[in-house]
Design a protein around this ligand. Sequence first.
Ligand SMILES: [Zn+2]
Length: 203
Amino acid sequence: MTNSPSKLLDNAVYEFSKLPGIGKRTALRLVLHLLRKTEEDVTIFGQSVIDLRKNIKRCKICNNISDTDICNICSTPSRDPSTVCVVENITEVIAVENTAQFHGLYHVLGGLISPMDGIGPADLDFDGLIRRVAEGEIKEIILALSATPEGDTTNFYIYRKLGNLPVIITTLARGVAIGDELEYADQITLGRSITNRIKFEAT
Ligand SMILES: [Zn+2]
């Protein structure tokens, strides 16, 4: 900031402005808001971010974000372990959970294959998925990835990798507007497209 009265203020504004969707003006507004809080409140705020970063885990089964080694979805006995929904990230787990239409487990890849961004199969958790399927309990894999070229490439890669294993591969119902960001699909539409899922055809 030009003519800023404080280097400390500048630093805080700079850090906030690195967050997605936060410009310099919003960053300043947020920092000034924090300055009006008590020192204790701000410490709790800061500590929650540090604790999150330090202690968050990846579920050893599905790769979902978790406070424990096995996430609360994988460790719920009433969930159906024979159906696994493959998603890009935790945001899609939340989106599918919000539909209340899916009672199986998940597999979180951690992204999509994207040669343009330098993301190849080795950067994502395909090995974990293949290992889970090879164990034999999984009967159906639902591909719930974004309807983008990267999503298509990733779908096809999984299809090829799992092709020889005795598992049904399905995908979200076609003709439903998933858009290119699954996380923004509305709950009813997404719920319906899971219920009406169809066999995946590699084209
Ligand atoms: Zn899990």
